[in-house]
Design a protein around this ligand. Structure first.
Ligand code: SF4
Length: 210
């Protein structure tokens, strides 16, 4: 019997409408060796030591399904594919719950396909958003016709199922939040959503504090 898988996780949000179509459980993995210039998450480059069992994450996702009726799970990074085995197990557990799976990766799919075991992940994922973030070619704002949640024009939506294949789901027409702010029980402020909007919100909040 193989050892239980563990995932290096930086952050989880039990329910958000700002990380993909519909209501979602979102999870940020830790560790990325790709280092795209202008990356919005440089704090997640280092892998760190802390890990979370996939079984615990699966339980949290199931609880989110019961409590918030989430439609699916979004995994972003960091670079999720640098933890391919654990990510695959998480995607499979999510699939068993009947939930959709979206994974954002900096790898082009052609690169990802050369990773041993990628075909198993592909079978458990509905949509892969692929490619390095290119700060020279940012995705237009959704209200200007750009795709929501996508960082740069070169990044592709690769649909392995029809679940999220309707382009309208990725457009401003779908509605939902572009950025969310919530105050946690410990008083900390959590922001979720399009990185440039999160950054603008953080600047605005910092300005009010000054
Ligand atoms: S792949 Fe993602 S997390 Fe990694 S450097 Fe590029 S944008 Fe940042």
């Amino acid at each position: 019997m193989s050892a239980p898988r563990e995932l290096r996780v930086a952050h989880e949000v039990a329910c958000t409408e700002a990380e993909g179509p519909f209501r979602r459980y979102a999870l940020w993995t830790r560790g990325c060796s790709l280092r795209c210039p202008g990356c919005c998450n440089p704090g997640l480059f280092a892998p760190g030591d802390a890990t979370t069992p996939v079984s615990a994450l699966a339980r949290a996702i199931a609880a989110s399904q019961r409590a918030h009726d989430v439609e699916g799970v979004t995994v972003v990074g960091g670079e999720p594919l640098e933890q391919l085995a654990a990510l695959t197990e998480l995607a499979q557990e999510t699939q068993k719950l009947g939930l959709g799976v979206i994974v954002f990766t900096g790898y082009r799919e052609e690169e990802a396909a050369r990773l041993p075991g990628f075909s198993r992940l592909r079978a458990a994922v509905d949509t892969l958003v692929d490619g390095r973030f290119d700060a020279r070619a940012p995705e237009p704002e959704p209200r200007a016709g750009g795709r929501r949640w996508i960082g740069s024009r070169n990044q592709r939506l690769i649909h392995y199922t029809r679940r999220y294949a309707d382009p309208a789901l990725w457009s401003a027409a779908a509605g939902g939040a572009d950025v969310e702010l919530r105050v946690l029980p410990d008083g900390a402020v959590e922001t979720v959503g399009a990185p440039r909007l999160v950054a603008a919100l953080a600047r605005a909040l910092a300005g009010r504090e000054g």
